[in-house]
Design a binder for this molecule. Structure first.
Ligand code: ZN
Length: 119
């Protein structure tokens, strides 16, 4: 990958990381607010618990994505960024454009998904 493209994706990764960190901070605040309300009514308590579970799930999703972004950032540093982890061929630029933390090329991703469905 040429340096201009590498810089472009590196910046995208940085920006995405910032967005996710902001979203996680926001979720934490919201979660604290729900916990802080302490409803006495059991219907409200159930709603609170549901909301906290939803926030936890969102948080988990963000943490997973954050992990993948950090791994991609490591690949930028090690010079292997943009290469498929499966077949080591370059990942389609259109895929990297949509999600710069992408780990696999279209073909390998497709194979993996089919394998996961079959299991
Ligand atoms: Zn591949």
């Amino acid at each position: 990958m040429d340096n201009t493209s590498l810089r472009h994706y590196r910046d995208k990764l940085l920006k995405r990381r910032e967005q996710i960190l902001a979203a996680i901070r926001h979720l934490e605040k919201e979660s604290q607010e729900v916990t802080g309300k302490r409803h006495l009514d059991w219907v409200d308590q159930a709603a609170d618990e549901n909301e906290i579970r939803l926030l936890d799930r969102l948080n988990e999703g963000y943490l997973t994505e954050l992990g993948r972004i950090e791994m991609a950032q490591r690949r930028v540093l090690s010079g292997s960024y943009g290469l498929c982890l499966g077949c080591h061929r370059p990942i389609e630029p259109a895929r990297l454009e949509v999600s710069p933390e992408t780990e696999f090329c279209l073909e390998c991703q497709d194979l993996r998904e089919r394998f996961e469905r079959a299991v």
